[in-house]
Write a protein that binds this ligand. Structure first.
Ligand SMILES: C[S@@+](CC[C@H](N)C(=O)[O-])C[C@H]1O[C@@H](n2cnc3c(N)ncnc32)[C@H](O)[C@@H]1O
Length: 323
């Protein structure tokens, strides 16, 4: 394509279209002409620079010193959605400036207006003795019992306080520096890109909320694809137990196709360095799974937790613990 005017028209259109394409189609488009090849490689570079595609407060880059994969492809959501409300396409790698972080307020998923339920504190009063949204059972770090799943209560959509409230520390997106690093045997993994203090909030496990029937159906398919090495499934099942030990609530979150950076957290056989915590917003029925630093972490450390009986790693696959 010799004509500079034609070439610039192709580049302009490419800027609009290419960010919508999945990797295979992007690669195919790149073979069409030189202008498209240049635009496609710019899209690839921008994708590799931010797994969160501008939807978190800080970019989360991919880092691959192992093979030629520049990034992992999935649709990004900073918070969980019902499967019905999640989209099937999303642009990624546009040349426009990043939009601001997650939208406020976050959607309520329970189907009921939560305006009747919540505290009446102003933002700087929340968390005090008068606040109805304080979890009296959380320990000093707010993480609950060591070793198991912690629990925490935060202000919700019906509370009078706003986004800056101190009792919403898991609701402002991923505010610590992270990167997604390629490993030889485990695929991608999530790493701290700065030192983190014990108890610091890292990220929520966001994805599609599924019914148990849909989760079982997808799990069967994922197990098959994973056994053939064609997929890294990220469907997690959380069971909230009564003190009697009987399961009382099952929450299925699938981050395989629509999710956030937590989908890159690998399994650790020794418990890992992340503390999983079930966070419930005032007035909200469904808990959210959030991860906090279980101890002080150094820059570069891989973040991991024990999948336990969560069916994230299909049976029969080996567990690697390389750094
Ligand atoms: C939630 S994903 C984690 C991110 C994944 N490594 C990737 O590349 O997208 C879970 C999958 O990662 C792999 N995985 C996680 N922890 C592992 C480990 N310790 N050893 C081997 N594979 C692991 C398994 O394929 C598992 O199904």
């Amino acid at each position: 394509m010799g004509n500079p005017a034609t070439s610039s028209a192709v580049t302009e259109s490419a800027e609009l279209v290419l960010p919508w394409l999945p990797p295979q189609d992007l690669a195919a488009a790149a073979t069409a002409c030189r202008a498209l090849r240049a635009s496609a490689s710019a899209v690839t570079a921008r994708r590799a620079a931010d797994a969160a595609r501008g939807l978190e407060p800080l970019p989360i880059p991919f880092n691959n010193g192992v093979d030629s994969k520049p990034y992992a492809y999935f649709l990004y959501t900073p918070f969980s959605l019902t499967a019905r409300s999640s989209s099937t396409a999303q642009p990624w790698g546009c040349s426009l400036d990043r939009p601001p972080g997650p939208a406020w307020p976050r959607p309520t998923l329970d189907g009921f207006p939560s305006a009747v339920c919540g505290c009446a504190c102003s933002a700087d009063e929340c968390g005090g003795p008068e606040c109805a949204c304080v979890d009296a059972n959380a320990d000093a770090a707010g993480l609950g019992a060591e070793g198991g799943m912690g629990s925490l209560m935060e202000c919700g959509g019906g509370c009078a306080c706003g986004p800056s409230c101190g009792n919403r520390r898991t609701q402002r997106g991923v505010a610590v520096q992270l990167r997604v690093v390629r490993h030889l045997q485990k695929g991608w993994g999530l790493h701290a890109a700065e030192a983190l203090g014990r108890g610091q909030f890292v990220c929520e496990y966001a994805g599609e909320f599924l019914t148990t029937e849909e989760a079982r159906k997808r799990q069967r398919l994922y197990d098959e694809l994973a056994s053939a090495g064609k997929l890294s499934p990220a469907l997690i099942v959380i069971r909230e137990h009564l003190p009697s030990g009987k399961a009382c609530l099952r929450v299925n979150i699938d981050a395989t196709k629509v999710g956030n950076v937590a989908r890159f957290i690998n399994h650790s056989c020794d418990g890992g360095n992340l503390q999983p915590v079930l966070v419930r917003n005032s007035g909200s029925l469904l808990p959210r799974l959030c991860f906090f630093a279980a101890r002080d972490l150094v820059e570069g450390e891989e973040l991991a937790f024990s999948y336990g009986d969560a069916r994230l790693r299909p049976k029969g696959l080996p567990c690697f613990v390389e750094a």
